[in-house]
Design a protein around this ligand. Structure first.
Ligand SMILES: [Cu+2]
Length: 128
């Protein structure tokens, strides 16, 4: 029985900066900037687009293999609205996307309607 060998990371930041790390991933040792998360172990990843001075944040390597020390998933909390490009520095440009954060959400956002929520129909009158 084998283990899944799918290994990825999710990295945000300036593209040239990410590319530098990505192209060195498969070196004599795995590139530490790709392999390890950018935030201290055990701390949440909170992203405001300016982390570490240049907006760099990475989850580090993620995989579903129980024999490695890498987590299966990570959670990133976005604290500022914006459009943030990310990619997997293991696989490069073919595994990329954007996260669109429309507004800051502190706590539960379900209690206040979005400004873009559709208008509600007026209630029917209760006149007899
Ligand atoms: Cu990947």
């Amino acid at each position: 029985m084998g283990y899944p060998l799918e290994t990825h990371n999710v990295a945000f930041g300036p593209k040239p900066y990410l590319d530098e790390h990505a192209k060195r991933f498969f070196g004599p040792v795995f590139e530490p900037f790709v392999t390890f998360r950018s935030e201290a172990p055990g701390t949440p990843i909170s992203f405001d687009g300016a982390n570490h001075g240049n907006g760099y944040v990475t989850t580090g390597v993620l995989d579903a293999n129980p024999v490695t020390a890498f987590p299966k998933s990570e959670q990133v909390t976005f604290t500022k609205a914006g459009t943030y490009a990310y990619y997997c520095a293991v696989h490069g440009n073919d595994m990329a996307g954007e996260t669109v954060v429309k507004r800051r959400c502190a706590g539960s956002c379900s209690s206040s309607p979005s400004p873009r929520s559709p208008r509600r129909r007026p209630r029917p009158s209760l006149k007899k």
